[in-house]
Design a protein around this ligand. Structure first.
Ligand code: CMP
Length: 143
């Protein structure tokens, strides 16, 4: 399987509930390597742009409001099949539908406050990584 990179966000609920370490432990135990990371406060314009694909959905306004309610932790994860692997580790978008042992089943409280975001495909991963990181901010890992 090819080595891929994917964009991950620990959302304001995960940061606010002190779950960054718990989430990172799950990434690392699944063989995903953190190759770039930054804590930041998203502006409304940044959140609207990042989630632009959902602009017409009924939940868009609440999603943006939530994503700017506190700092987020943004990271690039690297590994074999990293995009699908990260989605397996996160579990289904709705925590009620997520498999036991996944981040969302174990830690999330609702579909709105679901702890993490992860890219859903190769093209979105490339776009989402470029949204937050310059290539020079991503650190190649030899081991
Ligand atoms: P995320 O993977 O960050 O992508 C968009 C987010 O919108 C999603 O996680 C959910 O937190 C949120 N959301 C709220 N309602 C829905 C819905 N009905 N379907 C998909 N995503 C939703």
């Amino acid at each position: 399987m090819a080595v891929e990179r994917t964009l991950s966000i620990v959302k304001p609920d995960g940061v606010g509930r002190n779950l960054i370490g718990d989430v990172y432990r799950r990434f690392e135990q699944a063989g995903l390597k953190v190759v770039a990371a930054r804590m930041m406060q998203l502006s409304q314009a940044e959140a609207e742009s990042f989630y632009g694909v959902h602009r017409e959905r009924g939940f868009f306004k609440d999603l943006v409001k939530f994503m700017i309610s506190g700092p987020v932790m943004v990271q690039v994860l690297e590994g074999e099949g990293a995009i699908a692997k990260n989605r397996d580790v996160m579990g289904a978008t709705d925590p009620k539908k997520a498999d036991k042992g996944t981040i969302r089943a174990d830690l999330a409280t609702s579909i709105d406050e679901n702890i993490v975001h992860g890219s859903d495909a190769a093209d979105t991963a490339a776009r989402e990584i470029a949204f937050f990181f310059r290539e020079t901010e991503i650190c190649p890992r030899k081991r």
